[in-house]
Each structure stands twice: as C-alpha cells, then as structure tokens.
Design a protein around this ligand. Structure first.
Ligand SMILES: [Mn+2]
Length: 319
C-alpha cells in the first residue's frame, strides 16, 4: 500500500461526512468511479453527498446511486471533499470551486497532467481508470466488494478502456474487472445497458455527422463535426455524441481522429483520439486543453472554419 493510500484511509476512518464530485460532462469513469466511492463509503457507514455540475447522462442512469446525485451542493459543511477523474479542478464547475465548507480536499486522478490541488493527491497515469484508484483504496481498506460498488467500478473500467481495447487495458484493469464479475457483475447485462440501448435519434444524429468526414495530412488524420443545426434537426443533444470520434479513428491508416462539437455559435469543443503512436495530449495542450496520450480535448472560440484551420495547422505541424 502506498503512503498516500494509507493517509487517505486514515482520513476516511477518522471523518464522517464526505462530498464527492467529478468533471463537467461526466463520462463512464467519472460517474462510475464517483458512485463506486460513494457506495463504498455509504456501506461503511459514512454520510455521503454526490454533486455533479452536469446531469448524469441517461446512458449511466442504471448505475446504483445515480438517483442520489445532486445538481446543487446543499448548504451545510462536510469533513472531506473528494474530487475524481478531473485533471483540472475548474472542471468540477463554479459551484464546487466556490464552495469552501469542507475540511480537506482529496484528489483521485489518472490524467497525464493533473494539478496537485488536494491535501492528498492519489494520481497514477498508469491506472486504466479513476475507478482503479477507488478500487485500490477500498481494497486496501479491507472492503469486501458488494454488487452495487462492483457494477460502478466495472463500468468505470470498461468505459475508460473502450471495452478493454485501449492500450491502458492493463493486467490490473482485467484483474479488477474479473474480481467484479466474481462479485456478481454480469458482463452482458452491463454491455447491453451501455451499447445495445441507444435512442433512435442518436443514429439520426450520427447520420448527420458522418458526411462531414474530412481526411487530413494524406489520411493520417480524419475529422467529423456535429453542429448546433444537427441537434435541432434531430432533436438530439450533445450527450448522444459519445463515441462518434471512433468512426474517423476506425479508418485504415488514420492515426489521429478529431471531433469538432459545436457548443455555441462561436465556440467548439475539440476531441482528439489516437490509435496509440501519436500523443494527442500534446495537440490539446497546444490549444489550452488537457487529457491522455490516446484521448484529449480542448475548447476553442471561433467559427467552424477558423477552429478547423487552427486545429489542422497544429495537426499538420506535429503529425
Ligand atoms: Mn477517467
């Protein structure tokens, strides 16, 4: 057990109320790791409040504890706040960042670049998911994993490893997943919830998105775009665009896929995905963003033409 895990366990043992949060636009690891920690802490008798700036995507609504997530932090104090999977504290949202009613902040993360904003920072970029860090803590605590906690941890790992396909799918990820199966998680039930349960309008939105495919640098990179007009045309929202970037990445010869997602008239969220040879965290860092070797992102102001030109320039120069 590392010293940091030892210290975090001491903090858990000696305190009773906990506030947990993760990043805006929560993904499977954000939701899964936070709800796994919430489930573990509740089972050992702690008072736990979970706050996310944004709604939990419908896709993860089946996760135990999802209905207890609060859009606003209650007016009270907490002994300890945990921030999970976040990279930068500001991604927790203004409400959490302005909230000061807790005695200590603990940071659990696996991003390549993560600020050391906590009193304790358990940061390991080799961990496949932040859920892995929650597992290490609960496991070192001596916790016997129950089914609810197990489902949350399994989802954190399966989503952040792309169903065990990405290079971060290491032995520890498989071992923990295997243990969670032993605790009663049914792999097909989870896969069915995550991948065989799409609303029809997601496919309609994908139908608008795919014709925007552009090849860059002789086919080494490829991009697709989703605009606000496409949302109105299909009555679909941004939460349904998860995974769209995998289509350009799936093309033979493409090393880097780029997803332009319009946030406002003159504001785009840019997602980069790599097949592994290229570190796309460097691309997003050049544009003020962050992320991992294989998955990174940033937000850029401008028209689609301006944003594409700026991004393509960086990709052309660095690929
Ligand atoms: Mn993660």
């Amino acid at each position: 057990m590392t010293e940091t895990i030892q210290k975090i366990i001491e903090v858990i043992r000696s305190n009773s109320s906990f506030l947990l949060t993760s990043h805006e636009g929560p993904d499977g690891d954000a939701v899964g790791s936070t709800l796994a920690l919430a489930s573990f802490l509740r089972k050992i008798g702690k008072d736990v409040t979970v706050h996310f700036r944004d709604n939990v995507p419908e896709l993860y609504a089946f996760l135990p504890g999802c209905d207890s997530v609060l859009p606003h932090i209650p007016e009270r104090s907490f002994d300890v706040a945990f921030v999970l999977d976040i990279g930068e504290l500001r991604r927790a949202g203004a409400e959490f960042c302005n909230f000061k009613q807790f005695g200590m902040l603990i940071n659990l993360d696996h991003h390549l670049s993560c600020e050391n904003f906590g009193a304790h920072n358990l940061i390991d970029s080799k961990a496949a998911a932040t859920g892995v860090l929650v597992y290490r803590i609960a496991s070192a605590f001596g916790y016997s994993f129950d089914l609810e906690t197990a489902i949350c941890l399994y989802v954190a790992i399966i989503t952040d490893t792309g169903s065990f396909r990405y290079s971060n799918a290491n032995r520890e990820a498989f071992t923990i997943a295997g243990e969670m199966i032993e605790r009663g998680v049914n792999a097909w039930d989870v896969a069915e919830q995550l991948y065989e349960n799409q609303p029809k309008k997601r496919l309609e939105l994908l139908g608008c998105c795919l014709p925007t495919l552009e090849m860059i640098k002789g086919g080494l990179a490829a991009s697709v775009t989703v605009t606000l007009d496409m949302y109105s045309a299909t009555n679909a929202g941004a939460e349904l665009t998860d995974g769209f970037v995998n289509y350009p990445r799936s093309i033979r010869g493409v090393e880097v896929a780029i997803f332009f997602r319009q946030l406002e008239e003159r504001k785009f969220k840019i997602g980069f995905r790599s097949k592994g040879k290229v570190n796309v965290a460097a691309f997003s860092a050049a544009m003020g963003g962050g992320g991992h070797h294989n998955a990174a992102g940033c937000t850029v102001d401008g028209t689609l033409e301006e944003v594409k030109a700026a991004v393509y320039k960086i990709v052309e120069a660095n690929l």
